[in-house]
Design a protein around this ligand. Structure first.
Ligand SMILES: C[S@@+](CC[C@H](N)C(=O)[O-])C[C@H]1O[C@@H](n2cnc3c(N)ncnc32)[C@H](O)[C@@H]1O
Ligand code: SF4
Ligand code: SF4
Length: 504
């Protein structure tokens, strides 16, 4: 017998739609599983057909859940609680996910077990799964039926791995009522019940139950965050997908400059001469920038300045890696020791670029190259590049002096020097309109809807903007910001470079 707990958020409706409804609520209140199972079995035997409202094409909520699960780095393991006709499970299985279903109706379970092998007869309040075995728990049109709401949520929290996702729909109040609904939800009461069980709610909102209907359903997405070591890969991917669905033209943050200060003064770079304020990014700014970083894509911790000067670099690399975002740094290598390199690797660095500005840079290149040759397996998770800029005629000399062998030179890349879109003092050229138009049209940042963040949270159009000429706004307002190329003064001077695919 299921007991009700005193710290529970269980509740039942106080008004019934008919006598049958009153009897079912009383049955649930009593926690009498045996009689409830009998009731559900009888009901499903009487209605063996697949209802139109169980079909995925008719249900915005089911489609949304399918789209969200497919957006997670996967395949993932999914449990659908009260899976009914297993329509969603079949679709998720076709996408390659590992699926498990549970439903209280033995008739439904028997009917779909041929297609879904891991299908169990059982109650949401007692899931037949080991703890921490699922990445995603789904409960669509389920919680309005269960005997004990709090216990069902506790069970979903139990079977989810730390960092796992919970996706729920329920009818909104009595908007789509039925005699089997033992409780009515508002957006807030669903949110509270879920939060009470320790979930972090990413989104709770109203949606239509069937296409063409008014908003008579509640959708909720939450994640199970346990402690600061909880893996955030699923939660970041889920949050990012939700943000993109809510705001389809939302920009992506391609990277953040950790500082615009540098320990070198290169003549081809605007960093030593910038008139913009100088400083270091703080935790809040980096965390906010990461919220808008695309999962599974490179995220640059370098714009202007030297990232190894930032005392929190290792932590920030780890933050990105924990979220499933691939951290990149480009450094002059002067401060890169073997110990720091190994710590960066350990923190999850995915792309390292060392520009050979000095002999110290060349030595740093050499230590990384030697490590990669001695540990070829590291090459699978770290892309390494040694940049040789076209005007550095001393590089061959440095390579020889630093004893870099022919084999160790395989990661060198020879790069045409550019002028940071005209931000290098004395190298600003105003291009004719047709060239500017071509460069803007092909711009990596504008066409890819990417933005770059300065250390102080200023959002700028691209990573060349040392003087804040293409400012779009502030990071706090990121969701509302859009590219406005017509206002970008810097584009008039943008030189041919990798950012616009222009080699002219
Ligand atoms: C409205 S259907 C939802 C089916 C499916 N999730 C969907 O959205 O189409 C409700 C399902 O909940 C099941 N059910 C009712 N009470 C349950 C409980 N306590 N535990 C598990 N399943 C339950 C019923 O058998 C039924 O299949
Ligand atoms: S090119 Fe790099 S190393 Fe040189 S001053 Fe600029 S940021 Fe510093
Ligand atoms: S200045 Fe920046 S935004 Fe403008 S075209 Fe060049 S890279 Fe793109």
């Amino acid at each position: 017998m299921l007991e009700l707990r005193t710290d529970s958020v269980n509740f039942y409706r106080s008004e019934y739609c008919d006598d049958l409804n009153r009897r079912i609520v009383e049955l649930c209140r009593s926690g009498d599983r045996v009689r409830l199972r009998d009731y559900i079995r009888r009901q499903d035997d009487a209605h063996p057909e697949l209802y139109a409202d169980e079909r995925i094409e008719n249900r915005p909520g089911m489609q949304l859940v399918k789209e969200l699960v497919d957006a997670l780095p996967g395949p993932v393991s999914v449990i659908d609680v009260a899976c009914g006709s297993a329509e969603l499970l079949k679709a998720l299985q076709r996408s390659g996910h590992r699926v498990t279903g549970v439903d209280a109706s033995p008739v439904r379970v028997a009917r779909h077990r041929r297609e879904i092998t891991d299908l169990h007869e059982g109650f949401a309040e007692e899931l037949p799964l080991a703890p921490a075995t699922a990445d995603v728990a789904i409960a669509l049109e389920c919680l309005e039926h269960v005997m004990d709401l709090d216990r069902a949520l506790r069970e979903m929290a139990r079977v989810l791995r730390p960092g796992g996702a919970l996706l729920v729909t329920v009818p909104l109040g009595s908007a789509a009522d039925g005699p089997n609904h033992v409780r009515h939800f508002t957006v807030e009461s669903l949110r509270q019940a879920v939060e009470h069980r320790g979930f972090h709610v990413l989104l709770a909102c109203t949606i239509p139950y069937l296409h063409g209907e008014p908003d008579n359903n509640v959708f909720l997405a939450a994640v199970k965050l346990v402690d600061e070591r909880t893996p955030l890969v699923l939660s970041h991917a889920l949050n990012y997908k939700l943000l993109k669905l809510i705001t389809p033209d939302l920009m992506t943050v391609s990277g953040i400059e950790l500082t615009n200060l540098c320990n070198l003064r290169c003549r081809q770079c605007p960093t030593p001469f910038t008139r913009a304020a100088t400083g270091y990014a703080d935790d809040r700014t980096v965390a906010q920038a990461l919220d808008y970083a695309a999962p599974g894509q490179l995220f640059s911790y370098h714009r202007l300045g030297e990232p190894l000067l930032h005392p929190q670099l290792l932590r920030y690399v780890q933050w990105a890696a924990d979220r499933g975002v691939h951290p990149l740094i480009s450094t002059n290598g002067v401060l890169l020791t073997e110990e720091i390199f190994l710590k960066l690797l350990d923190a999850g660095l995915r792309n390292l670029q060392i520009t050979l500005h000095t002999t110290a840079s060349t030595k740093a290149y050499g230590l990384v190259a030697r490590h990669l040759l001695a540990h070829p397996e590291v090459q699978d998770r770290l892309t390494f590049v040694g940049n040789v800029l076209s005007h550095y005629d001393k590089v061959p000399e440095w390579l020889d002096a630093c004893g870099i062998t022919a084999e160790e030179r395989r990661w060198l890349r020879y790069v045409q020097t550019h002028n940071w879109a005209g931000n290098v003092p004395g190298r600003r050229v105003a291009f004719p309109d047709d060239v500017v138009e071509r460069r803007v049209r092909n711009c990596y940042f504008i066409t890819g809807n990417r933005a770059s963040i300065r250390w102080d949270g200023t959002v700028v159009a691209c990573c060349f903007d040392s003087e804040n000429e293409n400012v779009i706004g502030r990071l706090e307002d990121f969701a509302t910001l859009r590219h406005r190329p017509a206002d970008y003064r810097l584009c008039r001077y943008c030189d041919a470079n990798w950012a616009n695919g222009d080699t002219a």
